[in-house]
Design a protein around this ligand. Structure first.
Ligand code: AP5
Ligand code: MG
Length: 206
C-alpha cells in the first residue's frame, strides 16, 4: 500500500501516520521529520533547509524530490509507505507520479480555527517523532522511547500563520489534483484521535 497524507499544519498527519503505518506495516516517511533530523545532525542539507523551516516556507522542490526518491528505495519501503508531508506542491506530485504509483491520498480535513491551538500545545519527541499535546499529556519525556520532549521552532504564532498561508497557496490545490485522479479520500480530522484513525482504517479497508 502506498499512501499520501494531505492536510494543513496541525491537522494530525503525523499522529495518524504513526498509527496507520504500524497497522499496515508500511514505512512512515515524514519529510518534516527528515528535515528536522538533518538540521539536528548539522548536515549540509540541514544547513540549507533551516532558513526555510524557520520562516514557514517550503524547501525547494528539487531538494525534497531527491530526498523522497532516495528514501522510498530503502528496504523498509518495499511493502509500501505512507508519505506524511509530501507532496506539497503540484511540481512534487508530478515528480512523484514519475517514479511511483500511489494508491490513495487521504485528506485530513480540519477547520483552520482549530489548528493554532493544536500546534501551539504540541510537544514533539526528537528521536521517534511522536507528537503529544499539553492538554492530554503532561510528562516531559516521550512515553514510547523516553527522550525529552521539545517544542518545534516553527510552532511560534507568526511562523504558523505563514505555514497556513503557504498551505493554502501551494498545497491545498493537491486536493483537487488527487480528486481528479480518483485517488482522494477525505476524513473529518475534527474529531478525537481514535475516531479519525477508525475513519481512515474503514476507508482503506473498503
Ligand atoms: P511538517 O513537519 O510536515 O509540518 P506541517 O505540515 O506544518 O504539519 P505538522 O507536523 O505541523 O502537523 P501534523 O498534521 O503532522 O499534526 P500533528 O499530528 O503533529 O513540515 C515542516 C516544514 O518542513 C515545512 O514548513 C517546510 O518548511 C518543510 N517541508 C516538509 N515537507 C516539505 C515538502 N514536501 N516540501 C517542501 N518543504 C517541506 O498534530 C498536531 C497537534 O495536534 C499535536 O499536538 C497532536 O497531539 C494534536 N492532535 C492531533 N490529532 C488531534 C485530534 N484529532 N484532536 C485533537 N488534537 C489532535
Ligand atoms: Mg507532522
Amino acid at each position: 500500500m502506498k499512501l499520501i497524507f494531505l492536510g494543513p499544519p496541525g491537522a494530525g498527519k503525523g499522529t495518524q501516520a504513526e498509527r496507520i503505518a504500524e497497522r499496515y506495516e508500511i514505512a512512515h516517511i515524514s519529510t518534516g521529520d527528515m528535515l528536522r533530523g538533518e538540521i539536528r545532525n548539522a548536515t549540509p542539507l540541514g544547513a540549507a533547509a533551516k532558513a526555510y523551516l524557520d520562516r514557514g516556507e517550503l524547501v525547494p522542490d528539487s531538494v525534497i524530490i531527491d530526498m523522497v526518491k532516495d528514501r522510498i528505495q530503502r528496504e523498509d519501503s518495499k511493502y509500501g509507505f505512507l508519505l506524511d508531508g509530501f507532496p506539497r506542491t503540484v511540481v512534487q506530485a508530478e515528480a512523484l507520479a514519475g517514479f511511483t504509483d500511489i494508491d490513495f491520498a487521504v485528506n485530513i480535513d480540519v477547520p483552520f480555527e482549530r489548528l493554532v491551538a493544536r500546534i501551539s500545545g504540541r510537544r514533539m519527541c526528537p528521536d521517534c517523532g511522536a507528537a503529544y499535546h499539553v492538554s492530554t499529556y503532561t510528562a516531559a519525556t516521550c512515553s514510547k522511547c523516553g527522550a525529552a520532549l521539545y517544542q518545534r521552532d516553527d510552532d511560534k504564532e507568526e511562523t504558523v500563520a505563514n505555514r497556513l498561508k503557504v498551505y493554502t497557496e501551494k498545497t491545498a490545490p493537491l486536493i483537487a489534483y488527487y480528486e481528479n485522479k480518483g485517488k482522494l479520500f477525505t476524513v473529518n480530522g475534527d474529531a478525537d484521535i481514535d475516531a479519525v484513525t477508525n475513519e481512515i482504517v474503514k476507508g482503506l479497508d473498503a
